[in-house]
Design a protein around this ligand. Sequence first.
Ligand code: NAD
Length: 473
Amino acid sequence: MEPLVACRAPVARLFAMDMLRDIDPATGELIAEIPVSSPDQVTAAVARARAAADEWGDVPFDVRAELLLRVAERFDERQDELAQLVTREMGKPFAEARRESSARSKELAGVIETARRALAVEDVSEGSSRTHVVRDPLGVVAAITPWNFPLAMPTSILLPALATGNTVVFKPSEHVPLCGAVLAEIIGGDLPDGVLELVQGAGETGAQLVDADVDMIGFVGSRATGQKIMRAAGGGLKRLVLELGGKDPLIVFADADLEAAAECAVTHSLRNAGQVCCSVERVFVEDSVREEFERLVLAKASKWTHGSGFEPESRMGPMVDDAQRQKVHAQVEDAVARGARLLLGGTLADGPGSFYPATVLADVPDSSVMATEETFGPVVSLSTFDGDEAEAVRLANATRYGLGANVYTGDGERGLRVARRIRSGQVGVNRYLAGSSRAPWVGARESGFGFLGGVEGYRQFTVPKSISIASGG
Ligand code: NAD
């Protein structure tokens, strides 16, 4: 592996006092030390974005689109470098990192098309005067993002914000600062000064950015941080889009294709070592097929080996850091202490790296932390229900979260009925949930506030304005 250069971000380099220690979670080795942006640097970055905002907002859409479409080529040129950085900084298997990086150039045409539709002028004329609704950019958007998809999460905010005419100050997660720096270089390459600014740091820097002179905060991260941001943004009545955590259920009725349901349960509990906002976190299996389902799940989950993301046979890399691994382990221990049966894994691996094995728990009690709080780790958490549809819905909804849900049943009508009654933003029926890229991505209940994606999501980066013109005017 080539030695990695320190962050090239101009803002962060100048006067920073503190350093972020960028650690490889598979080895514990230091990858780089990245200067943390000082409060003055955060203020200066926001001031540059503010100074550029009016002009960028006035650029004709086709010119903005042209500038942003050029980004696709740079993504393609640097997709290997980006994938290497993703695996190095947060640990996911290289093949998955490669999929994440190669998808970036492909999304640009859709971004431009969606922005074009979101910004289309609406004619709402009544009577003799003409009235049009136009959409203005909000101004300066703070983009604050997590580490679990170090490329896809930032682009889900940066691209719509820029395409709809806002300038952006971007703070990547402290776990993936080099991914963030390269992303900012790639996207910001051809843009006028101040249109995309980068600041580096952890929560304190994020909080400074929220308090700064920004008009909107586009945030993807945990519910706890989302709450803090909402409180802090209240003073200035700043616009918010918060995409937060989840505790997604998977309901398996006895008449379902159990093989397919078990595959969904295992893959989507363990993918990315469980560090996915819409992971399957609770599986409710009808009593009568419990034994068979456990057998299927165990057979599949035991094939999920872990190891460095650069080893092709690793299906899971490490957890992002030891704190995350300890949090998962504490939830497993709590569930077992309250009566859950440990069927696989559940032990802290020795040696360097923050690895946690594929873990399967059965009979996870409602009272356990694992049943209520986001786990964000490689655990298949099984419980049962008596087959009653209303009970399945009640269990699925027994959470404050509402991000995703999945239901498997041989009765398609029942699948749809249950999907309609689960209080979440996305539901998969006899398949894992996966929205169309044209649908909004929604965190219902405490999984979010506002949403990203689709025409409606893009419009959240704008404010509508009605212009009425006297007849003959
Ligand atoms: P986190 O909340 O700890 O951090 C997210 C970002 O917020 C980081 O950049 C962090 O530095 C910053 N931050 C921390 N404290 C802050 C503060 N007080 N003010 C402003 N910024 C602050 O989350 P994480 O551990 O990076 O990411 C994992 C979480 O993200 C999980 O809960 C996961 O479910 C969620 N997530 C949600 C989605 C979704 O689409 N709903 C997608 C991916 C991840």
